[in-house]
Design a protein around this ligand. Structure first.
Ligand SMILES: Cc1cc2nc3c(=O)[nH]c(=O)nc-3n(C[C@H](O)[C@H](O)[C@H](O)COP(=O)(O)OP(=O)(O)OC[C@H]3O[C@@H](n4cnc5c(N)ncnc54)[C@H](O)[C@@H]3O)c2cc1C
Length: 342
């Protein structure tokens, strides 16, 4: 029997599992993909993320950075063309390499890390959770006293428990060579419903110009992307080559009335799986913070063989409350810039 099984080796899962293993608990971390796995992301670590990563995982290795290494902040252009500049120095990393590095750090701390292992179901039975896992075609079961589902947006564990998927936004981004009259040290976001149903963005990683849009209706992603590209050509003299890489991703859709979902019983949710996401799709900081809070809540409420899952959930909620309040404040602020997010 594991003390804790963690599902998904992204920032939330690596943080949660490492914290538990370091405290001496028996921890399983399953990841359905082969590591290093691709994760569609702009790969910007804001200062809050950097602080948590350096404190928990140590100095970030050079191999993980993309160029320019420093992201100087975000420049936001509203529908009416008004520009807001938020300067703040963050890092620019490649997610596949970054996530592999933190997963290995978790493994080095004593976590049993299994990639190519899909968690299919979690069923609470008396004093434990029965997990059904599928590893390279073989289906088997493991028991854990607690589970932390860190499976990202639209995971199957949360869907099975809640009997529904949360609302989500589909992201579509292309990587091309080219030139543009925008400051490539910044992340540029555009809140214009003519070329995105959520937001559209431009940033640079190594020699790639990345152009992305968020949509509610996936069948519209290419048409919005092409409108955004035309806008970048006409307004910023963009000369963009043929895409060398195309990525489709998912983020939770945060809109008025949404709820953060931290789980129930012996299954906690963290990161995107809990519906935690900050404006402009910044979610690594809340994934790290929720993975941390989930682990601390479990640690402070396990007494020998005794587990009170109700107390764990309450403790998780209260530890994460400042993060959630911060997130709500940020979304409300965005609502003052764009009525779409009001
Ligand atoms: C286009 C785009 C750009 C973004 N840019 C940024 C950015 O610049 N900065 C930022 O902070 N955030 C950004 N985000 C958001 C960020 O990527 C997420 O908020 C963050 O990755 C959430 O971390 P997580 O650990 O919750 O989940 P994830 O990182 O999604 O990790 C979940 C893991 O669980 C695995 N998994 C899923 N289901 C199962 C299962 N059943 N069994 C086993 N494994 C499973 C997945 O393979 C995955 O590895 C961006 C998102 C998108 C889509």
């Amino acid at each position: 029997m594991y003390d804790v099984a963690v599902i998904g080796a992204g920032p939330a899962g690596c943080m949660a599992s490492k914290r538990m293993a370091e405290a001496g608990y028996k921890v399983l971390l399953v990841e359905k993909m082969k590591l290093p796995r691709e994760k569609s992301c702009s790969g910007i670590l804001i200062p809050k993320s950097i602080q948590m990563v350096e404190k928990e995982f140590g100095e970030i290795p050079d191999t993980v950075f993309s160029h320019p290494k420093i992201n100087r902040g975000i420049i936001l252009t509203g529908e009416d063309g008004q520009v807001f500049s938020f300067e703040s120095e963050g890092y620019n990393i490649w997610r596949n390499l970054f996530d592999q590095w933190i997963a290995h750090k978790a493994r080095d701390a004593g976590v049993e890390l299994k990639d190519l292992t899909l968690a299919k179901t979690c069923e609470e039975i008396n004093d434990h959770v029965m997990l059904t896992l599928k590893e390279r075609g073989k289906v088997y079961h493991e028991k854990a006293r607690m589970v932390i589902a860190c499976e990202g947006a639209r995971g199957i564990i949360r869907k099975n428990i809640r009997k529904a998927s949360g609302d989500f936004i589909v992201t579509y981004q292309t990587f091309s060579e080219g030139t543009i009259d925008l400051d490539t040290d910044f992340f540029h976001a555009f809140l214009n419903p003519h070329f995105s149903e959520y937001d559209a963005w431009f940033n640079v990683k190594d020699d790639h110009l990345i152009i992305g849009v968020g949509v509610k209706n996936a069948s519209m992603m290419k048409s919005y992307h092409s409108k955004f590209l035309s806008f970048l050509k006409s307004h910023y003299n963009a000369q963009i080559g043929k895409p060398e890489k195309v990525e489709v991703g998912i983020i939770p859709e945060i809109r008025p009335g949404y709820t953060v979902d931290l789980g129930e019983g012996r299954v906690l949710f963290a990161g995107d799986a809990a519906n935690l996401l900050n404006p402009m799709g910044e979610g690594i900081s809340s994934a790290l913070a929720s993975g941390y809070a989930a682990a601390e809540a479990i640690k402070s409420n396990i007494h020998g063989n005794d587990i009170n899952s109700g107390n764990i959930l309450k403790s998780y909620e209260s530890k994460l409350n400042p993060e959630i309040e911060y997130m709500i404040r940020q979304w409300k602020f965005l609502g003052t810039i764009s009525p779409n997010f009001g």
